[in-house]
Design a protein around this ligand. Structure first.
Ligand code: NDP
Length: 270
């Protein structure tokens, strides 16, 4: 008997990285899982891994599409409820950084466009899909886990400033949604990873070889990484499943930041 037997789960951005590891863990723990993203070949690969790990194909549903599109958001929720009969857990994981490659600053001609792109994906899509899911989550007394980032912390950034703005706003959204939805027994929490080796850097346009160099370099910076290594997707998936489990029911509106070691005391109030 798996920890999430009979639970209906959506993991957005599950065609790769943290989302794929999370969806696979839920499936191994007995859940019925909707996996979603834009890259159909990645979703099919994950589907194969889930089946190989013992998940019946009837427990997996694929929705392909851009999460910033409201019709796709509706499709994800409606098809999940139609196929699995309900929705217990929504993991809002899809995200990416659209960086200011030329370091032009916030008054540049590109600034509004970059801000919009970061907000559309990392903030607005989370708010909207959660609102669409709300009646179904209330019906099951369900759980929401948002995936934010240590980029939401209060240090400045140049290249990815708009991503930091969007993730900081997402943390406030988590707290607001948590207060609002707990009145109807729906819990909302957030996991904010540090650096995790995924497709995240490549998705910003950094070539694979350069991404690898960054991960290798970061892994040598022992003072900044409490676990003395760069994270792997399962590290984050473990925390997401912990928060999505009703056994963690005392935790509501919490933002679980994987804090760089040297700033732990500074940010201990989180
Ligand atoms: P990946 O790039 O490996 O995965 C991102 C996932 O999001 C993919 O499945 C991608 O699917 C999906 N996605 C991106 N844009 C869209 C879109 N417009 N519509 C639908 N799906 C989309 O990155 P990670 O696994 O690392 O990222 C997962 C989350 O973790 C993100 O929210 C990220 O901000 C956060 N995070 C990551 C960190 C890291 O170091 N890796 C650190 C801190 C936070 P597809 O390409 O198929 O559309």
């Amino acid at each position: 008997m798996g920890r999430f037997n009979g639970k209906s789960v959506i993991v957005t951005g599950s065609s790769n990285g943290i989302g794929a590891a999370t969806a696979l863990q839920f499936a191994k723990e007995g859940a019925q899982v909707t996996i979603t993203g834009r890259k159909v070949e990645n979703l099919e690969k994950l589907h194969g891994e889930m089946v190989k790990s013992g998940t019946p194909a009837s427990n997996i549903h694929i929705v392909v599409g851009d999460i910033t599109n409201v019709d796709v958001q509706k499709k994800i929720i409606e098809e999940t409820v139609s196929k699995f009969g309900k929705l217990d857990i929504l993991v809002n994981n899809a995200g990416a950084a659209f960086g200011d490659d030329k370091y032009q600053g916030t008054s540049s001609p590109d600034s509004m466009n970059l801000l919009e792109k970061n907000l559309d994906l990392n903030l607005k899509s989370v708010m909207n899909i959660t609102n669409i899911a709300k009646p179904h989550l209330i019906a099951t007394k369900g759980e929401v886990v948002n995936i934010s980032s240590i980029a939401s912390l209060n240090f400045g950034a140049l290249w990815h400033s708009y991503y930091c703005i969007a993730k900081a706003a997402l943390d406030q959204l988590t707290r607001a949604q948590a207060l609002e939805l707990i009145a109807q027994e729906v819990r909302v929490n957030s996991v904010n990873p540090g650096i995790v080796a995924t497709n995240f850097l490549a998705a910003t346009g950094i070539p694979d070889e350069a991404s690898k160099k960054i991960y290798d370099y970061v892994a040598t910076q022992r003072k900044a990484f409490p676990a003395d290594r760069v994270g792997v997707p399962d590290d984050i998936a473990n925390v997401i499943l912990f928060l999505a489990d009703r056994k963690a029911s005392y935790y509501i509106g919490r933002v679980f930041i994987q804090t760089p070691k040297q700033t732990i005391s500074e940010y201990a109030h989180y």
